[in-house]
Design a protein around this ligand. Structure first.
Ligand SMILES: Cc1cc2nc3c(=O)[nH]c(=O)nc-3n(C[C@H](O)[C@H](O)[C@H](O)COP(=O)(O)O)c2cc1C
Length: 174
């Protein structure tokens, strides 16, 4: 069987979600999967991919616009392909402490795309972030880097395991 091709699409404002997508791609590639990370707003079609991971940054309880738009535009084309979703946001250890329910827009994407799973990863906010509120949060000492590469890698490995299990299923389909 050819190695599966996985698209890791992301919606980011300040780059942290893009860096999480890169960690996922590195982890998938290390497991022998072809994976590309691309900004969700730039993806024209998903035909060449067997599976998709879609992630969006959280801002004020909303899932990044590009992640939402991707889910809307590609829902039909993704029918029958396995999809995993993630959000990135919390500026504390809460994402690692337990499952955080998806915000409503991400929950809607779970339904629309029939996603296998949604998970939340810790975010990052530094003084380089754009926006007055972001800078104020950092100034008040509530910024920081709460990404957890190990957990992101572990999650990526569960995706590979599911892809392999699918490939071995009698129908060859998820
Ligand atoms: C104005 C503002 C609002 C935010 N709102 C949320 C939120 O509602 N939930 C959350 O978990 N994180 C929130 N965050 C944290 C961001 O999601 C976090 O910094 C994330 O890593 C940003 O991703 P990005 O760098 O890809 O844009 C907020 C950050 C800012 C600056």
């Amino acid at each position: 069987m050819n190695a599966p091709r996985v698209l890791v699409a992301y919606g980011t404002k300040n780059g942290s979600t893009a860096s999480i997508a890169d960690i996922i791609v590195t982890a998938l590639t290390a497991e022998g999967v072809h994976a590309d990370a691309r900004p969700a707003g730039k993806v024209r079609d998903v035909d060449e991919y067997d599976a998709v991971v879609l992630g969006g940054a959280l801002y004020a309880g909303r899932w990044h616009r590009q992640a939402r738009g991707f889910a809307r535009r590609h829902a039909k084309a993704l029918h029958g392909k396995p999809v995993w979703l993630f959000s990135s946001g919390p500026l504390d250890d809460s994402a690692d402490a337990g499952q955080i329910p998806p915000v409503p827009q991400a929950a809607e994407a779970v339904r629309k795309l029939g996603a296998r799973e949604h998970t939340t990863f810790g975010g990052r906010l530094t003084e380089q972030a754009s926006g007055f509120i972001a800078k104020a949060i950092v100034r008040n000492g509530r910024g920081g880097d709460f990404r957890n590469p190990e957990r992101i890698e572990q999650w990526s490995k569960t995706i590979v395991a599911e892809l392999r299990a699918n490939a071995g299923s009698p129908s060859g389909k998820p």
